[in-house]
Ligand binder design. Structure first.
Ligand SMILES: Cc1cc2nc3c(=O)[nH]c(=O)nc-3n(C[C@H](O)[C@H](O)[C@H](O)COP(=O)(O)OP(=O)(O)OC[C@H]3O[C@@H](n4cnc5c(N)ncnc54)[C@H](O)[C@@H]3O)c2cc1C
Length: 784
């Protein structure tokens, strides 16, 4: 872009910069007269307080300008030294930097001139002196102070713009301006801005000290740009969405893709690794970080049991991935397969059934484990898992429904008993936390059901060992047992769940517990995607990695969290907990970056800070820093520590508020009814429309209810389909992509069924399976 064309297409942004500094100077002049002129009533105020007031006024002015519509559009540099630093980092082209500098100078001069017209002699009075910046404590001190404050301001601006807190950049910058005016102005007059000092010096007719403000601020800010190691954002202090950005527009389109680190998962391991990689890899543009997860949010699992009772709001527990990872490309898709040879990851289709393949240069596996009731009769059909947000919400809805049903069930005593019995299997941390919350919840809300006698409610914990919480000492385990028992939880120890029906839980010794609510927090199995990979694994299917978190014998593939067996330096294995996953993420990111940029690698040697588990209402157990604590103190510790660990200040505030209200208000008793997701879809197509394309992923089978369609292969019509005929089964049966395009030729109405549901139907109906196979062979038979 030439200077001329830049002026032609970006003059509005230049004008906004000029207007911004002009406004700032008018404010500076007005507040200086208001506070410093001998005739002002403010003279009665202590000089230190006056400086604080001036700081607050100018800090707020800066914030208002940065977040104003014009500030958002131009980027609100308002200062040639800021523009110069962004230019040094390659964030603003030379032509724009030049015009920004000129516009800022012109704006500053115009602002002082306008103020002079408004305030006349008052501004020229030596006490106001056109708001000039002068070295009050000597030239050397002023030079050093100006350079120092400019360096710090720019470093903060760069760090915040490139971080997930980017929207706070303006507040940080305004806050620093306020602080500097209060604390630093007695040394150098506080400028940090050559254009601002020039405007005041011209007004005052005194250019003697101007060189200090021409030299020190640009030097300080340039130094910050040089030492800054993070990922700088765009050259805007507030990069608001939906506002034109002349800087982003000018970035040349890439001719080749940057190298890519692909992270699979959206839990503790994946999110913390992505955050660290964003920080360490950002800025240079040679690597991009891509994260693939099936949900667009991160769940803070340690607090998940509290969703059952509604102690904390559903939304307070989750953080949108896009907010946590502003510099990561996020794909919210279910991962379907991983190809270690081709170095690709394939995700499930979205709105259109096209295969979506992501190539990677480095792969990070953080898929956790899955709850799998394989081999346990009736559990897949009747037990409720407890691992993610859906599970928690489903359980809560289920429990409220059971109470509602029990309240109106008067005839069938057996059913009533089943409805009012709640069974949790697994006495580890998650099982104990779930049973404690469930017990507190049902017993508290029972008061809202006059038809239910509290004595009818049974809450049972089934555990295979002779005491619960094997993760902590015997003393804490026994304490937990006493608390739960005192609150009405029946403990069935040395009992193993072996089967379930819709009406009862069956134990290995033949005993049965009548129930309509069975929760199982065990067992966890290797994730099927990990299972399918040819990687070194332990017996439980966890990937064997080196202490540096790289998969053994495989360069460029990394694993962490619950899906990996991570050796610690002392030879032990890291347990599958969030506190370990987050620490592994840091080590992994450091080592991955070292493998790209060079540098020493580090082994994982975190031993854990301790273990804590909530027992519900005001009680917990904690084994931290070698201390064993139980009861209220442990509960207070549990809440404080987990509150601090929640990502985001706002979220912490919301949870703290929910906990506080929970002390006085009864628990929420709302049951959500979600519309059934339509599995069997009825769809209509008009002539010329394609139902699917050749090469798409086979995700559904179709049957024609009415109308006609053509089968098109490589542009040629090879067959016609009519009412009652099936199509789309080939790709489903062969697990391949569509071999033909199906195009509507006459108004077409179809029903369609997803792949998974078809497989389930065919499994239970061998005739259906057979006819699908026959249809396939008929289709493959060459036509005469
Ligand atoms: C109820 C409960 C309470 C807990 N309490 C504590 C505690 O108090 N302290 C503690 O340290 N630990 C606790 N844990 C354990 C801790 O949550 C796990 O160790 C931690 O979550 C492991 O992190 P991860 O990243 O390995 O796996 P996960 O957090 O399980 O993340 C796996 C991610 O992969 C995604 N994923 C899976 N399959 C696919 C797919 N096919 N496509 C796309 N995405 C996919 C999932 O959606 C998920 O985002 C608790 C766990 C539970 C279930």
């Amino acid at each position: 872009m030439t200077l001329r064309s830049a002026l032609g297409s970006h003059w509005r942004e230049y004008a906004m910069e000029a207007a911004g500094l002009a406004t700032f100077m008018v404010a500076a002049c007005c507040f200086t007269v208001l506070l410093e002129h001998p005739a002002s009533a403010a003279q009665a105020i202590d000089p230190g307080v006056r400086r604080a007031l001036m700081g607050a006024a100018m800090g707020l002015t800066a914030i208002a300008l940065i977040y104003s519509p014009w500030g958002k559009r131009s980027g609100a540099h308002l200062n040639p030294a800021v523009t110069l630093s962004f230019w040094r980092l390659g964030r603003i082209p030379g032509h724009d930097a030049l015009f920004y500098g000129l516009a800022q100078a012109a704006g500053g001069i115009a602002g002082v001139a306008l103020s002079s017209l408004l305030l006349r002699d008052a501004l020229a009075h030596p006490a106001a002196n056109f708001a000039a910046t002068l070295p009050h404590a000597g030239v050397a001190a002023a030079l050093a102070a100006e350079a120092g404050i400019s360096f710090l301001l720019m470093l903060v601006v760069l760090s915040v713009t490139g971080s997930r807190h980017a929207r706070w950049t303006g507040v940080c910058a305004g806050g620093l301006v306020a602080l500097y005016i209060f604390a630093e102005a007695p040394i150098s007059g506080m400028s940090m801005n050559p254009a601002r000092s020039l405007a005041s010096a011209l007004g005052a007719g005194d250019l003697r000290s101007l060189w200090i403000y021409f030299l020190a601020p640009p030097l300080g800010m340039l130094a910050a740009a040089v030492v800054f190691r993070g990922r700088a954002g765009c050259a805007k202090l507030d990069h608001a969405a939906g506002v034109r950005c002349i800087f982003c527009e000018q970035r040349p389109p890439r001719t080749e893709r940057p190298k890519r680190v692909v992270i699979l998962g959206g839990g503790f391991g994946a999110v913390f690794a992505a955050q660290e990689l964003e920080r360490q890899l950002g800025g240079r543009g040679d690597y991009e970080v891509v994260l693939v997860a099936k949900d667009n949010y991160f769940v803070f699992q340690p607090m998940l049991p509290e969703v059952i009772s509604g102690t904390i709001g559903l939304m307070d527990l989750v953080s949108p991935l896009r907010r946590l990872l502003p510099g990561t490309e996020i794909h919210v898709r279910e991962i379907e397969s991983i190809d270690l040879e081709k170095r690709t990851v394939t995700t499930a289709p979205g709105f259109l059934p096209h295969p979506h393949v992501i190539e990677y240069d480095h792969l990070v596996l953080a898929l956790g484990t899955v709850t799998d009731f394989r081999g346990l009769r009736g559990l897949p059909e009747h037990a409720l898992p407890f691992k993610n947000l859906n599970d928690a919400l489903r359980l809560r809805n289920h429990v409220i429904r059971a109470l509602e049903e029990a309240a109106v069930e008067r005839h069938d005593e057996k059913l009533r008993r089943q409805l009012l019995t709640f069974v949790v299997a697994g006495g580890g941390f998650s099982g104990v936390e779930v049973v404690a919350e469930l017990n507190d919840f049902v017993r508290t809300v029972a008061a809202s059901y006059p038809q239910i006698d509290p004595a009818e409610i049974r809450v049972v914990l089934v555990h295979s060992q002779d005491r619960i919480l094997p993760e902590v000492s015997e003393k804490l385990g026994r304490f937990a047992q006493r608390i739960l028992a005192a609150r009405g939880v029946e403990l069935l120890l040395q009992a193993k769940l072996s089967a379930a029906t819709g009406e009862e839980a069956v134990l290995a010794d033949g005993r049965t517990i009548p129930t309509r609510t069975l929760v199982s927090t065990v067992p966890s199995f290797a994730h099927p995607l990990i299972d399918a990979l040819q990687l070194p694994k332990n017996k439980a299917g966890r990937i064997l990695v080196t202490p540096e978190l790289e998969v053994r014998g495989l360069v460029g593939v990394w694993a962490l969290g619950d899906c990996a067996q991570v050796p610690a330096v002392d030879g032990t294995t890291a347990p599958p907990t969030a506190q370990h996953a987050t620490r592994q993420a840091k080590v992994l990111a450091g080592n991955l970056v070292a493998s790209i940029r060079g540098g020493a690698r580090q082994g994982f040697d975190f031993k854990g800070l301790g273990k804590m588990g909530s027992l519900g209402r005001h009680s917990a157990v904690a084994d931290v820093f070698g201390l064993q604590i139980s009861g209220r103190l442990a509960w207070f510790l549990w809440r404080t520590i987990y509150l601090m660990k929640l990502p985001g200040f706002g979220r912490r505030l919301k949870v703290a508020a929910s906990w506080t209200f929970d002390l006085f208000l009864p628990p929420e008793l709302v049951r959500f009814r979600f519309a059934n997701q339509d599995l069997l879809l009825r769809e209509h197509f008009e002539p010329g429309q394609d139902v699917f394309h050749q090469g798409d992923l086979g995700d559904r089978i179709y049957a024609i209810l009415d109308g006609e369609a053509e089968v098109v292969v490589h542009g040629q019509i090879v067959a016609r389909l009519g009412k009652g005929e099936l199509f789309g089964e080939m790709a489903l049966l062969d697990h391949t992509t569509r071999s033909a395009t199906i195009r509507c030729s006459q108004p077409l109405t179809v029903w369609s069924l997803p792949k998974k549901e078809l497989a389930l139907l065919a499994q239970g109906m061998p005739e259906l399976q057979r006819s699908l196979e026959q249809l396939k062979s008929r289709r493959l038979r060459p036509t005469a």
